[in-house]
Design a protein around this ligand. Structure first.
Ligand SMILES: C[S@@+](CC[C@H](N)C(=O)[O-])C[C@H]1O[C@@H](n2cnc3c(N)ncnc32)[C@H](O)[C@@H]1O
Length: 245
């Protein structure tokens, strides 16, 4: 994290007292802030490489028609829900925190993974990942915006943030593991990440590489056949890249 971002109150919340000892597991983590209903694609794309999926949205408990405890986990081929646990509500926190943890098992291989739906502020959860030094293997964010309904959180834009909104790119890059992946359609991001700010052609024609501070991101091209603006970027620190070549 840059010292500017650390000191800037816009870039931080009061660190919530989440029950992280109950939530963090040792496996590979996918973090998707402001995920809304967009949970099927990450599960299908990363079920074989991710152990713990964290979907975070302020409105999971209130607005998705059904209480969070009744959410359907999109069924990925071969996986079945083994257990569902609704975690505690922590009313002392400004933004109530509700979590649903679903454990899935592959019927043939026996592989297990978990899916967490966290109904709370995604910035606070991200700060907890930083505090507990939990690296992110896949950071996923797309189809967001700054108009009504959008989060106005610039997850993939550097400081200083446009129009004073919080921006997190440097912190996200620092939290993603070496050779980890950022999935983006360019929303609330540096323009280089994609083309989603307009609703034009979906063919990716942007750069194949982004260099930002000490990080080099290489494009893996369209990730989601249903939404070809969604691009995967493999993150490496420039020092690492030099050591490997
Ligand atoms: C434009 S929607 C995008 C949803 C999703 N990414 C998709 O592809 O459908 C933005 C979402 O961000 C959520 N949101 C806004 N501010 C948030 C915050 N501080 N923490 C968590 N979620 C937030 C809203 O509830 C909303 O569901």
């Amino acid at each position: 994290m840059t010292s500017n971002a650390q000191d800037d109150p816009r870039q931080n919340r009061n660190l919530p007292n989440y029950p992280f000892d109950e939530l963090i597991s040792s496996g590979r983590l996918l973090y998707y802030p402001c995920s809304g209903k967009d949970t099927r694609f990450p599960l299908e794309r990363f079920a074989e490489s991710i152990d713990s999926f964290w979907f975070v949205d302020l409105r999971y408990e209130k607005d998705l028609r059904r209480p969070i405890s009744e959410f359907d986990v999109p069924c990925h081929s071969g996986y079945e829900v083994e257990a569902r646990t609704k975690m505690k509500v922590y009313p002392e926190i400004r933004d109530p925190f509700v979590a649903l943890r679903c454990q899935l098992k592959h019927s043939q291989s026996g592989r297990r993974l978990e899916v967490l739906y966290l109904s709370t502020d995604a910035v606070g959860v991200f700060q907890c990942l930083e505090k507990f030094q939990k690296r992110i293997s896949v950071f996923c964010h797309r189809r967001d915006g700054i108009s009504e309904g959008g989060s106005n959180l610039w997850w993939l834009h550097p400081d200083p943030a446009p129009e004073g909104a919080p921006a997190f790119l440097e912190r996200v890059l620092a939290q993603v593991e070496d050779r980890g992946t950022i999935v983006s359609d360019g929303s609330n991001a540096l323009p280089e990440f994609g083309t989603s700010q307009n609703n034009g052609p979906t063919n990716f024609s942007g750069p194949k590489e982004i260099v930002f501070n000490r990080f080099r991101l290489r494009s893996e091209g369209p990730f989601d056949q249903q939404c070809t603006r969604t691009i995967g970027w493999v993150v490496a620190s420039i020092a690492e890249t030099k050591n490997r070549s």
